[in-house]
Design a protein around this ligand. Structure first.
Ligand SMILES: NC(=O)c1ccc[n+]([C@@H]2O[C@H](COP(=O)([O-])OP(=O)(O)OC[C@H]3O[C@@H](n4cnc5c(N)ncnc54)[C@H](OP(=O)(O)O)[C@@H]3O)[C@@H](O)[C@H]2O)c1
Length: 307
C-alpha cells in the first residue's frame, strides 16, 4: 500500500453477506489495519440469533438479518456464504437494487449517492465468474439488465484476520480498472492481493485456503514431537510455529527454493538429516501432495452447486 493511503484511511463502505469465519477474518484484518472504521462495515446472517452475527457485532460493526440492508449500504458487497447459497444471493442483490430504484423513498444513503455502482466480490470456492455474471445480469423479471454490476471472484484465507492472508482474484467482463480499485485497497489491508487467471483458482483454493489447515497439521505434529522430547506444550508450539514461519519467510522474502533451505540445514550425518529420513519413510511429502490434489478435485468438481 502507498504511504499516502496509510494516512488517508480507506473510505469505501464494505458489506458482508454471511458473517462466518471468512467474513469475520476479513473484517478483523481490515479493522486491525486501522485503515477502516467500524462504521464502514455492515454484515448480515440468516437470523438475529446467529452466533456468527453476534461475533461480528462484537467487533463493533453494524449487523443485520436483512441482506437488503447490506446491499444498499455498501460500495463493495462481499458474498461470504457457503457456495451453495451464493447464486441465490446474487439474484437477491439485483432484485434489491431494482426495488430501491423504483421506490426511491426506500433508498438509504449509499444507494442514493450519485453514480453508486456497488462492486460484487465473491469469496466462495468453486463459483465461477460466468456463474456470477449470469445471475447479476438478469433483472427480477428475467430480462437482461442494461448495465450489469462489476463482479470479482476471489480466494482469501482466514489468516486475513492477522494481516497475514493472501488473496487471489480474477475479475469479470463488466469490471474495469476503476471498479477493481476498492477491492484491491480493502483486501490489501489483510495481506497481498494477486490477480490470477481464473483457471488457477481451484488449485489456489486448495493450496492457500485449505493449505492453512495442512500447514497447521504439520505444525501440530512438530509440536507433538517437541512435547515428546520433553518441552512444555506452549514452548513447543511457539518454536514449531516459528520454524514454519521461518521457512515461509525465507521462501517469500529471500526467494529461496524449499529444497535449498532443507539442504542448508542438513549437514553430513547430522541430526536434521536423520529427521528428514523419518519424514521421507512416512511419506510426508507425498501426503502433502495428495492433500492439495484431493482438495483441488473436490473444489473443482464436487462443491459446485447445480445451476
Ligand atoms: N473458511 C475458510 O477458510 C475460507 C477460505 C476462503 C474462502 N472461503 C469461502 O468463504 C465462504 C464462507 O465460508 P465460511 O467458512 O465463512 O462459512 P461459515 O462460517 O459457515 O459462514 C457462512 C455464513 O453465511 C451465512 N448465510 C447462509 N445463508 C445466508 C443467506 N441466505 N443470507 C445471508 N447469510 C447467509 C450464515 O448465516 P448464519 O450465521 O445465520 O448461519 C453464516 O454467517 C465459503 O463460500 C467458502 O468457500 C472460506
Amino acid at each position: 500500500m502507498l504511504a499516502a493511503d496509510k494516512t488517508r484511511g480507506v473510505t469505501y463502505k464494505i458489506g458482508f453477506i454471511g458473517c462466518g469465519n471468512m467474513a469475520r477474518s476479513l473484517a478483523e484484518g481490515m479493522l486491525l489495519s486501522g485503515q477502516v472504521v467500524t462504521g464502514h462495515i455492515i454484515a448480515s446472517a440468516t437470523r438475529e440469533s446467529s452466533e456468527n452475527l453476534k461475533k461480528m457485532k462484537a467487533l463493533g460493526v453494524t449487523t443485520t438479518a436483512h441482506n437488503r440492508d447490506v446491499i444498499l449500504n455498501s460500495d463493495v458487497i462481499v458474498l461470504a456464504t457457503k457456495p451453495q447459497q451464493i447464486l441465490d444471493i446474487t439474484t437477491e442483490i439485483q432484485a434489491s437494487i431494482s426495488d430501491s430504484q423504483s421506490q426511491t423513498h426506500l433508498q438509504p444513503y449509499t444507494a442514493s449517492a450519485k453514480n453508486w455502482r456497488p462492486l460484487i466480490v465473491s469469496v466462495a470456492a468453486s463459483i465461477t465468474i460466468s456463474d456470477l455474471e449470469e445471475k447479476i445480469s438478469m433483472s427480477k423479471g428475467g430480462s437482461p439488465v442494461a448495465s450489469p454490476l462489476p463482479v470479482i471472484r476471489s480466494m482469501p484465507t482466514v489468516a486475513s484476520s492477522v494481516g497475514a492472508g493472501i488473496t487471489a482474484y480474477c475479475s469479470g467482463n463488466s469490471c474495469n480498472e476503476v471498479d477493481v480499485k476498492p477491492f484491491v485497497k480493502l483486501f490489501s489491508l489483510c495481506g497481498p492481493v494477486v490477480e490470477v487467471p481464473e483457471k488457477y483458482l481451484d488449485a489456489i483454493t486448495s493450496v492457500s485456503g485449505c493449505g492453512i489447515a495442512f500447514a497447521a497439521v504439520g505444525l501440530e505434529g512438530m509440536a507433538d514431537g517437541a512435547v515428546l522430547s520433553g518441552l512444555p506444550r506452549q514452548i513447543a508450539q511457539k518454536f514449531a510455529a516459528h520454524a514454519m514461519m521461518s521457512a515461509a519467510k525465507l521462501v517469500l522474502h529471500k526467494g529461496l527454493n524449499p529444497a535449498d533451505i532443507k539442504d542448508s540445514v542438513c549437514g553430513p550425518g547430522g541430526a536434521t538429516m536423520y529427521g528428514i529420513q523419518k519424514m521421507e519413510a512416512k511419506g510426508t511429502r507425498g501426503a502433502f501432495i495428495d492433500a492439495v490434489m484431493a482438495s483441488t478435485v473436490i473444489t473443482s468438481r464436487v462443491l459446485k452447486p447445480k445451476l
